[in-house]
Design a protein around this ligand. Structure first.
Ligand SMILES: [Fe+2]
Ligand SMILES: [Fe+2]
Length: 196
């Protein structure tokens, strides 16, 4: 499963190293919340595997540089449920299945696949979301360069105000970022390179 996840990252060259960075970001956020080692371990594994279901998304959609149409969006949005099904037969992964399934829910209920609200979304999935969005923003994309840590945090707060991300976790994450100087370095922020 980890090899599959790594190959997904490798396929999307601009996202290379995404899962590894995500593990580091979410682990740090989880630690700051006082999660026990067992929970941190689950968070690490879930961070690695969250997008493994994208293996079922055709490359012409996955690697499309422009905006997705309605049908393509529908296909991409199946990846949390496919990922859950892929991991379900493995007993060792049973406890992270809800994290994989719910990593695209939004606290206002507008996410997918189940439209869960607030704390009905597993805490580990909410932690992973903050780290996931931060890494997406601070990584170069075909249509824009990598944002600085400050710009990325500003967008995270905006998403929290919109009711998409857990505001208390965004606050916590931004506090953690204060401990590291955040100068953009060759299209990566210092914070991100610190963790890689
Ligand atoms: Fe995802
Ligand atoms: Fe991701």
């Amino acid at each position: 499963m980890l090899s599959l996840a790594r190959s997904m990252d490798a396929k999307q060259t601009l996202r290379f190293g995404h899962s590894e960075r995500l593990v580091a970001f979410s682990e740090r956020l989880g630690e700051s919340l006082g999660l026990e080692e067992e929970d941190l371990q689950e968070l690490r594994i879930a961070s690695w595997l969250h997008d493994v279901g994208k293996i079922a998304v055709p490359d012409n959609i996955l690697l499309k540089p422009g905006a997705l149409n309605v049908e393509e969006t529908k296909i991409v949005r199946e990846h949390p449920v496919i990922g859950e099904k892929m991991c379900a037969p493995l007993k060792a992964l049973r406890r992270i299945l809800p994290v994989i399934r719910h990593h695209h829910e939004r606290v206002d209920g507008s996410g997918y696949p189940d439209g869960l609200c607030g704390e009905a979304i597993p805490l580990k999935a909410r932690i992973l979301q903050v780290a996931d969005v931060y890494d997406a923003l601070t990584t170069e994309r075909p249509y824009r360069g990598a944002l600085s840590s400050e710009e990325a945090l500003r967008i995270l707060f905006k998403e929290a105000r919109n009711g998409w991300l857990d505001a208390s976790l965004v606050c916590k994450f931004s506090e953690l970022c204060q401990f590291v100087e955040c100068y953009p370095v060759r299209s990566r922020s210092m914070l991100a390179s610190y963790y890689t």
